[in-house]
Unconditional design. Structure first.
Ligand SMILES: [Zn+2]
Length: 192
């Protein structure tokens, strides 16, 4: 899937969690950083792809991307597995831990979960594509849904552009509409 679809999927997943779980109390800053962390988490697994949007926007991205590519074993390798989720989750947890004293207004637990929801949504979305995802690395088998490759979605193809992306957008808007009261309550508690 493209970075745009991954970001949309990450936000859809976050919205689903927000509307179905009990509302945590948080500051406005936490809410904003959590959404940014969610979108970043949604594209982070693709740092093993030198052509990923993650790298393309950086001036030296091409070189850093190629280095990371070799280090992580090529596209859809370590960062596209449960082991990788634990590894990246651990690193991000450490980074947030180091930053905590400087940002007392931020709830790092919410931000961490938001990042991981984005990360997880990425692996689920890529499972629907032709290439599949090596969920169980170091066992080098790529899993895909449906199991028949020909029926899966081609990255950047018409199905992704005209069905998957608009579908995710519609689901998100519908969820927000359906749980409007809860979202309003959440926004109100931010403004206090
Ligand atoms: Zn990916």
């Amino acid at each position: 899937m493209t970075g745009r679809t991954h970001d949309m999927a990450a936000f859809t997943a976050l919205t689903t969690i927000v509307v179905t779980q009990a509302l945590p109390h948080m500051t406005l800053a936490t809410g904003i950083v959590a959404v940014v962390a969610n979108l970043a988490g949604g594209i982070t697994p693709d740092i093993d792809q030198p052509t990923a949007p993650f790298w393309r926007n950086l001036p030296i991205g091409k070189y850093v991307g190629t280095t990371f590519d070799k280090f992580l074993g090529g596209h859809r390798f370590l960062s596209h597995s449960i082991l990788g989720a634990f590894l990246f989750g651990y690193i991000f947890h450490y980074v947030l831990h180091v930053l905590t004293p400087s940002f007392p207004n931020l709830n790092m637990t919410i931000i961490w979960w938001s990042f991981m929801i984005g990360f997880g949504s990425h692996l689920i979305m890529d499972t629907l594509t032709t290439e599949g995802v090596p969920w169980l690395l170091p066992i080098p088998i790529k899993f895909g849904i449906p199991p028949i490759k020909a029926l899966r979605i081609k990255t950047g193809g018409l199905v992704e552009k005209f069905i998957v992306f608009p579908g995710l957008l519609l689901v998100t808007v519908y969820l927000l509409y359906l749980h409007y009261d809860k979202i309003r309550l959440l926004l109100h508690s931010y403004l206090k």
